[in-house]
Design a protein. Structure first.
Length: 92
């Protein structure tokens, strides 16, 4: 599912709201999750899962096009851990 499909589904379920209002709500939702993760926090949606970040150490990588070695800096990457209900739905 892509963002526009999500907005369309929410619009179908909420005919009293305009597409612009729903798009604003979706934007705020994703912006808040992103902001919290950028602050080093965690976002948990009960029944769905939890978003957090994980640290990746610096390493030596390889450019796939040239084969040349490249230094990759340490960084934080987003991580999603599905909740119990999500895992059960996926494995039915």
């Amino acid at each position: 599912m892509i963002r526009s499909e999500l907005v369309q589904m929410l619009a179908a379920d909420n005919p009293g709201l305009s597409n612009k209002e729903i798009d604003t709500i979706v934007s705020i939702f994703f912006d808040e999750i992103s902001q919290r993760l950028a602050e080093g926090g965690r976002v948990e949606l009960r029944g769905f899962g939890a978003f957090s970040t994980r640290a990746r150490d610096a390493r030596t990588g390889r450019n796939p096009r040239t084969g040349e070695t490249v230094d990759v800096d340490a960084k934080r990457v987003p991580y999603f851990k599905p909740g119990k209900e999500m895992r059960q739905r996926l494995n039915v």
